[in-house]
Design a protein around this ligand. Structure first.
Ligand code: DHE
Length: 550
């Protein structure tokens, strides 16, 4: 008794965009256009990051209608409500979605997904704003901020970033940005800070202004995660690049104004199966220190693309067959090799940015490596290593990165040991520190997700049978927040490498904090609290981020 006529295709809005509700079939579940629109928005904000806009799956399982219809409403509803140990959040029981919403989302998944529109040059140009022209910007630094020690902190659900002074812990500016800024990156000179929201909005912030503020902005797509700037000698501050999840593409922009110069689609064939994929999303992007190139990681097709930015009219790219699904990564300590997680295959792909070639594919032995940018240190026995933790289990893998000095260990897992628990997102150390910090943000146990493990690097030995011991720091407890269930996420060092900062990430309506720990003593140094610090997640120290020190 669901009259098909009531569900005629019609236009609905997704954010600021008009999209077409796909045609309904007679046996489709009941859904009003209003519900469809609401569900599309929720899907976009909560689900698309893992399952893809077209629902073809990546970090999350595919949710195309052949699969969802075979599983049926009840199965979907319970999955959305209770989640799974493999990483699906418990949207219902955590209170993030109401009973009405989980039911609505289950019905929504039985319908064909709407394909959001493309986002090409006309749309980009229409969204592009130069808020302060280059000639009207300060000629010298107009503030007393130690810019190198500034921390750019994402205030996720507020759609803002906070610039916090690493010396005084004072909030020096709060800047409106896109929704849930994913990362901050710094221009080679250290003057400009670039941030990108989940909604594809890029803000370019001038740190020389009396109070740092946006000087340009542009929306480069509908969903996005990555941004970077040109760093090679002679190209400092000249160009910026941003990668989009939807449409699957990257765009190269002027480094002074964000004027879009070149949009390149990443649609194409999966590297191994040689089958076309309509939504190969751009994951991490890095800027080479060896050549005037960007390193663009394409998730679903498993390709690492070196993009030569010297001649945008005659664009030269080198496409490396790597592995899937490429996600996050960083350089080794020499900055010659780039290491990126291929999380579906439990591997780290290593590319040589001097030769533009795949160096190795390293199986980490853990489930779903998730390094952030990883952690480089000098292991007492194995020499220079790069470390990753895992989303799917409690293991930490150390990979040898010194083919000259330690050829036997190069590009192999030299040791693997347990940290606090599964659900780790980020791992961090600093050249001036002898500690390795590992979070467990998405661990289902509240106490574990509220703490971090700290390993003493100087005590790591060559006996791989015995796990190194670690100390547990109860970071969220130190923050003294009585309400909610705050998760501790992403360690980040100050410029000297003497203090490490953690976000204590609570609900939008609840108190959150930043906790600063003394790296030498592992004692609490400072709790930064402010009603404006809403849902802090990523933190990026200007100097370390600019120079790729991690
Ligand atoms: Fe991230 C890095 C994508 C969920 C906080 N995240 C990245 C990068 C990518 C990515 C591609 C690498 C960017 C680069 O270096 O150029 N993240 C995704 C997702 O697709 C995923 C799994 C699901 C989603 O819907 O977004 C996801 N990420 C999260 C979160 O839930 C986090 C914890 C909070 C949030 O903002 O939503 C989160 N991601 C971060 C942070 C970094 C990051 C803080 C940068 C780490 C660093 O030290 O460089």
């Amino acid at each position: 008794d669901t009259p098909a006529a009531a569900y005629e295709p019609s236009m609905t809005t997704l954010g600021q965009l008009k999209v077409e509700i796909p045609g309904f079939k007679p046996d489709d579940p009941v859904m009003t256009p209003e519900e469809f629109q609401k569900a599309s928005t929720i899907y976009f904000e909560r689900c698309a990051g893992c399952h893809g806009v077209l629902r073809k799956g990546a970090t999350g399982k595919p949710l195309t209608t052949d699969i969802t219809r075979a599983n049926g409403y009840d199965y979907l509803h319970s999955f959305i409500t209770y989640g799974s140990p493999a990483g699906m959040p418990n949207w219902g029981t955590s209170g993030a979605m109401t009973e009405e919403e989980t039911g609505m989302m289950a019905r929504y998944l039985l319908l064909e997904p709407p394909a959001p529109p493309e986002w090409g040059m006309p749309e980009m140009l229409a969204s592009w704003k130069v808020l302060v022209k280059p000639e009207d910007r300060p000629k010298e630094k107009m503030n007393d901020i130690d810019i190198d020690n500034l921390m750019s902190v994402t205030l996720r659900d507020a759609g803002q970033v906070a610039l916090i002074d690493g010396g005084t812990y004072e909030i020096r500016a709060i800047i409106d940005t896109g929704y849930a800024v994913h990362i901050s990156r710094i221009s080679a000179s250290g003057r400009y800070l670039f941030v990108i929201g989940r909604d594809g909005l890029v803000n370019m912030i001038d740190l020389w202004m009396e109070t740092p503020a946006s000087v340009a902005s542009i929306k480069i797509g509908i969903e996005a995660r990555s941004i970077e700037t040109s760093k090679f000698e002679g190209w400092e501050d000249k160009l910026a690049i941003a990668g989009a999840y939807w449409p699957p593409q990257y765009v190269i922009m002027d480094g002074d104004t964000l004027e879009p110069k070149k949009i390149v689609s990443t649609r194409g064939n999966i590297y191994d199966e040689q089958v076309y994929h309509p939504e190969p999303r751009v994951a991490s992007i890095l800027s080479s220190h060896y050549k005037p190139e960007f390193i663009v990681n394409v998730k679903e097709t498993g390709k690492i693309i070196f993009v030569d930015y010297t001649d945008l009219k005659n664009l030269k790219t080198v496409e490396v067959e790597a592995e899937r699904f490429l996600h996050d990564g960083g350089f080794d300590s020499t900055k010659r090799y780039f290491m990126v997680a291929a999380n579906q295959r439990g591997k780290i792909a290593v590319v040589d940015t001097k030769e533009d070639k795949l160096t190795a594919l390293v199986e980490t032995g853990g489930a779903t490596p998730h390094p952030g940018r990883g952690a480089n240190f000098n292991h007492p026995v194995f020499g220079p290593v790069w470390a990753t933790s895992h989303l799917g289990d409690e293991s930490v893998a150390l990979i040898g990165t010194d083919p000259e000095g330690h050829p036997d260990q190069a590009w192999k897992v030299v040791d693997s040991f347990y940290a606090l628990g599964g659900g780790s997102l980020f791992i961090k150390t600093h050249p001036n520190s002898t500690h390795l910090y590992v979070d467990a943000t998405l661990n289902p146990d509240a106490e574990i997700s509220a703490s971090v493990a700290v390993f003493d690097i100087s005590k790591m030995g060559g006996d791989t049978e015995t796990d190194p011991e670690f100390v547990t720091l109860p970071i969220a407890e130190w923050a003294g927040i009585p309400e909610g269930q705050p998760r501790v996420v992403q360690p980040e060092f100050n410029k000297e490498g003497t203090e490490v900062w953690f976000s204590v990430w609570n609900g939008k309506e609840q108190e959150s904090a930043i906790v600063v720990v003394d790296d030498k003593t592992l004692e609490l140094k400072k709790v930064i609290k402010d009603p404006k610090l809403i849902t802090p997640t990523g933190k990026f120290n200007v100097l370390n981020t600019k120079d790729d020190v991690y």
